[in-house]
Design a protein around this ligand. Structure first.
Ligand code: HEC
Length: 155
């Protein structure tokens, strides 16, 4: 529900901006929905800018500061996880990381608890949209590591 409200708010913000840019406020019909592809395109850039500071897929397993986003995706999105549920989980985590809410306890063991990063909800929603629908870049070492941890037939 909260996600829906935020999405609606985001839609309004984006459509207002577009109206202003076009300069045809009277003639431009109000847009009612942000296309999820548009959100995802923004999400990919936002993730690279904000999250890759630590979640960088180019880092080696020994030098990285946080698990790659492919790992986050694999722990957060199970077969039955809907996009809404994933978005809500991501927003909840970002609102203040707490060890008791983790889905990746091993990551906390290896890297320490993620420090609180403050971004607008609209940024996180865009990132969730991108992560849910797209194949995210994975480090070369990840496939082997994943199989070692979980066996090769699991996703
Ligand atoms: C300052 C470094 C840093 C930045 C920037 C950062 N993270 Fe993290 N993140 C971490 C670390 C370290 C972990 C692993 C430990 C943990 O899970 O708390 C982590 C874990 C996570 C997890 C798994 C949480 C769990 O334990 O269940 C999610 C989800 C996540 N990050 C999302 C993001 C998103 C989205 C962004 C960008 C908007 C981001 N992070 C930016 C350091 C960072």
């Amino acid at each position: 529900m909260r996600t829906l409200l935020i999405l609606t708010a985001l839609t309004l913000i984006i459509s207002c901006k577009q109206d202003k840019k076009s300069g045809e406020i009277e003639d431009t019909p109000m847009q009612t929905e942000v296309k999820s592809e548009d959100l995802a395109v923004r999400g990919e850039k936002l993730m690279a800018t904000y999250c890759y500071q630590c979640h960088d897929p180019k880092m080696s397993i020994d030098n990285n500061l946080a698990p790659p986003m492919i790992a986050v995706k694999n722990y957060y999105i199970m077969e039955e996880t809907t996009k809404e549920a994933f978005t809500a989980d991501l927003l909840a985590w970002m609102s203040g990381p707490k060890a008791e809410n983790t889905k990746m306890p091993d990551a906390i063991g290896k890297y320490g608890l993620m420090s609180h990063q403050v971004y607008p909800d609209s940024v996180i929603i865009g990132i969730a949209e991108y992560l849910y629908d797209n194949e995210v870049e994975q480090p070369e070492w990840y496939q082997n590591h994943h199989e070692e941890m979980h066996g090769s037939d699991e996703q």
